[in-house]
Ligand binder design. Structure first.
Ligand SMILES: Nc1ncnc2c1ncn2[C@@H]1O[C@H](COP(=O)(O)OP(=O)(O)O)[C@@H](O)[C@H]1O
Ligand SMILES: [Mg+2]
Length: 291
């Protein structure tokens, strides 16, 4: 999605129902009853795009947004999605020296709340800095983990007291075990906090979070034919799509799965249509210019 944003996004189509569920969850969270929202769908179906569109719809001054992303080969890296969240939160930039990072953490924490001072050592530990607290260093791993969970939770809750916090964790199907356990823990604290937790994942990822009364699941399916036609229409009008592709695409029916992932890219290749799976695969081969 980030790359797509830089190149310019396709016009957003459809997703009215999902949009209103998301906006509703935000309103509930904003009024103090935290919400957990699972956004589930196959790769390329439009999960990240939906989150991006929703964030643009929400009143900018009424929420803060933090996003963590799980990596395909990142499941051995404990707390991976939360490291990015912490870096954003503390304004840490690539190349910042250790002393500056520590300064930024302390400044932010003291600004938020003096009493949060005790959470600084776990953040130093999480960000692989030298920890300035011997008592914390000496803790056994179980206790350290407990303190780290509490520190992350306190930060989220404290931030949400300033403005409703939208916390999005992307691509959970690749999540590391510790982060998954932390999410489990955080979810237990959501009910009375103005936090909207958006969990984005593919259908193969299973979890037990659905049992909470404040959990809503949005299942995203491929865009229907009408929406797909609307989306690719502008490209066809410019004659960029070869005739046989147009024909195949329009005849593939509702279940057509167009791999959107790279749609706005300037160079493409052939389009063998797999009739059995009703899937059109787009690969590089011809050129078109985006409208
Ligand atoms: N409703 C939509 N309207 C227009 N373009 C869309 C829509 N949904 C997804 N796309 C485009 O499809 C591509 C893949 O979507 P993305 O959100 O990254 O999928 P996912 O996160 O489910 O893997 C992106 O380029 C995105 O802009
Ligand atoms: Mg995505």
């Amino acid at each position: 999605m980030d790359a797509a944003i830089i190149k310019g996004l396709t016009k957003f189509v459809n997703r009215k129902n999902s949009t209103s569920v998301l906006l509703n969850a935000f309103d509930n969270a904003k009024s103090g009853s935290g919400q957990e929202l699972g956004l589930v769908g196959e790769a390329g179906v439009g999960k990240s795009r939906l989150v991006h569109e929703i964030m643009n719809l929400l009143p900018q001054d009424k929420y803060s947004y933090l996003e963590g992303r799980c990596l395909q080969y990142g499941n051995s890296m404990a707390y991976h999605p939360f490291l990015n969240i912490l870096k954003t939160c503390f304004g840490i930039q690539e190349g910042d020296r250790e002393f500056l990072i520590k300064k930024k953490i302390t400044k932010k924490i003291l600004n938020l709340n003096e009493t949060l001072k005790g959470v600084i050592p776990p953040y130093q530990g999480l960000l692989s800095l030298k920890v300035d607290d011997d008592d914390f260093i000496k803790l056994d791993p179980k206790k350290k983990r407990e303190k780290t969970f509490e520190a992350l939770r306190d930060l989220m809750i404290r931030l949400s007291q300033e403005k409703c916090l939208v916390l999005c964790v992307e691509d959970l199907h690749w999540i590391d075990k510790t982060s998954e356990e932390f999410l489990d823990y955080l979810i237990g604290w959501l009910a009375n906090s103005p936090i909207l937790l958006i969990l984005v994942y593919r259908p193969e990822f299973t979890n037990t979070w659905g049992s909470k009364s404040y959990y809503t699941k949005i299942g995203l399916t491929q865009l229907g034919m009408a929406a797909s036609t609307k989306l690719v229409g502008p490209f066809w009008e410019r004659g960029a799509w070869p005739r046989n592709l147009r024909h195949s695409f329009l005849n593939a029916g509702q279940e057509t799965r167009l791999l959107w992932r790279n749609l706005p890219m300037p160079y493409w290749k052939t389009i063998p249509l797999n009739k059995k799976k009703k899937t059109i695969f787009l690969k590089k081969s011809f050129e078109y210019s985006a409208p």
